[in-house]
Design a protein around this ligand. Sequence first.
Ligand code: NAI
Ligand code: MG
Length: 355
Amino acid sequence: QYYSLAVIPGDGVGPEVMKEALNILHVIEELHGGMKFDSQTFDWNCDYYVKHGNMMPANGLEILQDFDAILFGAVGSPLVPDHISVWELILPIRRRFEQYVNMRPIKLLHGLESPLRNKGHDDLDFVVIRENTEGEYTNMGGRLYQGLPYEMALQNNVFTRFGTERIIQYAYDYAEHHRRKNVTAATKSNAMNFTMTFWDEIVKEVSGKYPDIHTNLYHVDALAAYFVTSPERFDVVVASNLFGDILSDLGGAIVGGLGIGPSGNINPEKKYPSMFEPVHGSAPDIAGKGIANPIAQIWSVAMMLDHLGFKEAYDLILDSIEKVLIDGVFRTPDLGGDASTRELGNAIANTLKKT
Ligand code: NAI
Ligand code: MG
């Protein structure tokens, strides 16, 4: 079976880690036999912006629409303001392709230590599911009376029934499919008396359909504290755009650093392509040195394969990453070693070939 894959390596370390991730994909193709990826690479990044004045061509979204999946590296460069590089490329893709689920696995890999490990939390494995299209990030609002004493800025929040139901529904479906016992929803209805009380009502409606799954509704401030004091209690965490953004970064931090964590921007209906990318950015401070950790990008490939129906491939890749980490010989500097991107990538590829 053939799959078409759009590859956008981006800037900085993006292309460096992408090379290793595509190498892993080739190994999987060889192991699997029946599965082939036809990939096409797009040079849409900050250099492209400097040349053309846009992050992607005017028909960029039309071009991407026909692919089965998008693999993204990272964008960002000192030459271009971040709100342009990140938002003129990533945000239009997320919105146009209805990638309303942002999925972040918060899993402590074997061979790694959590900064919390000394407290006995060594079995962390949950997911943060963030609403990715509305909520607090709406680009609606305004600035008034600039420079005057009564100057003000407004930013509207938008919670639609359609958008809220579908993300909460997705979280419960995910929990049921993956035999997870509880769903934790982040709220703040004590202070946000319109949007978050609405959110709470929908959580109650949807949870009523899943009597076997336990529901926790926590205020996001308390929830953030639990991420640090008792993270082992979580299975599936569902949150609005802003709350999910913050919680997923906090989650990443308790399982070991930016070079590791992957994410999926998912259109569950598969009407449009979904996009998989590491959580980290273009890391300009280490770009060009060949020492970026490729694990986040490789794990993103694994998530893509899982999304396309190849759960076994996901498991094989994760096992290989963990074996290499336990082995401990090849580690990039962020993990305390002196291996290069290439060496760590190769070690994972070679381990995968032996399975
Ligand atoms: P960053 O994630 O690029 O870097 C933060 C720190 O983590 C740096 O010290 C970096 O060296 C380290 N790091 C990141 N990835 C690593 C890897 N694979 N291996 C080892 N160390 C790694 O975040 P920062 O510095 O805030 O942003 C840099 C640029 O990236 C900015 O232009 C920003 O807008 C952009 N960015 C892009 C994102 C995207 O494309 N989705 C996401 C986050 C930031
Ligand atoms: Mg974030």
